[in-house]
Design a protein around this ligand. Structure first.
Ligand code: NAP
Length: 248
């Protein structure tokens, strides 16, 4: 019998898409996973589905754009477990329309996108950080995107150098900002056991892409899962996809 306590993970946006699959794969690896989602019914249903496969999961209501919801979720984890080992910041939105010029995307979409993808992620992380500091091996995984890579965006040989992927300026900038936050927080925590990394999951067939993509959802979840389960000699402040470093 293992003497190690079971690791506790929170995955945001876990009611569907890659978040749901990240939760499944972490639970398959023996982690107790708390599926967090903004819609109670959807997240309870998602947790029920995984429990039906004998996986050790629970549901938690968490809307990353609402301060009250974030603090209630952190308080709930504190009272259930007193600590948090893994936080996967997966919740995200892509509301811009493909095919428009960057200058044609309305400013309100910048606000909405940043509220979820950046401010929601930062606020959620800050709320859980005191609990992650209580873990012996805290891991924070920020689900970014290749579209957050300025190096890739400005490389004419990259597939991001195309009208389709240049039509999401707010989404792309929100992920670049997530990358920057990742580097800053990793620096602050460099003398602690906590590792903070950004991942590009891969272009994956989820609702966000209306089913388009190169990867099936289980493969899209793999990079986040591997960074959530990093050993103590793993990197911090990195930006990776399937084990390879992605250019900032
Ligand atoms: P998805 O199927 O659209 O799922 C997005 C998830 O985020 C849903 O569970 C959604 O919940 C949740 N969410 C949205 N706003 C939220 C909020 N305010 N509070 C809490 N949860 C919220 O998308 P996905 O493709 O799985 O994307 C997961 C992550 O991967 C995102 O960060 C995305 O940017 C990133 N990503 C995706 C791809 C790709 O090709 N799919 C590529 C690179 C990066 P509801 O059901 O309540 O809406």
């Amino acid at each position: 019998m293992s003497t190690h306590p079971v690791k506790i993970a929170v995955v945001t946006g876990a009611n569907r898409g890659m978040g749901f699959e990240i939760a499944r794969q972490l639970a398959d690896n023996g982690v107790r996973v708390v599926l967090a989602g903004r819609n109670r019914e959807a997240v309870v249903e998602a947790a029920k589905k995984l429990r039906g496969s004998d996986l050790d999961v629970e549901a938690l209501v968490l809307d990353v754009t609402k301060t009250d919801s974030i603090s209630a979720a952190a308080a709930e984890i504190e009272s259930r477990y007193g600590r948090l080992d893994i936080l996967v910041n997966n919740a995200g939105i892509r509301i811009e329309e493909y095919g428009k010029q960057p200058s044609e995307q309305p400013l309100r979409q910048w606000h909405e996108t940043f509220d979820t993808n950046l401010f929601g992620l930062v606020e959620t992380t800050l709320a859980f950080l005191p609990l992650i500091r209580k873990s012996t091996a805290g891991r924070i995984v920020n689900v970014s995107s290749l579209l957050g890579s300025l190096g890739t965006h400005s490389d004419p040989s990259s597939y991001a150098y195309s009208p389709m992927f240049k039509s999401l300026p707010a989404y792309s900038a929100s992920k670049s900002a997530v990358n920057s936050w990742t580097v800053h927080l990793a620096y602050e925590l460099r003398e602690t056991p906590i590792k903070v990394n950004a991942v590009h999951p891969g272009y994956t067939k989820t609702e966000m892409n209306e089913g388009a993509g190169d990867l099936e959802i289980p493969d899209g979840a793999r990079t986040s899962v591997s960074m959530a389960l990093l050993e103590s000699d793993g990197p911090s402040g990195s930006y990776v996809h399937m084990g390879d470093v992605v250019p900032w």
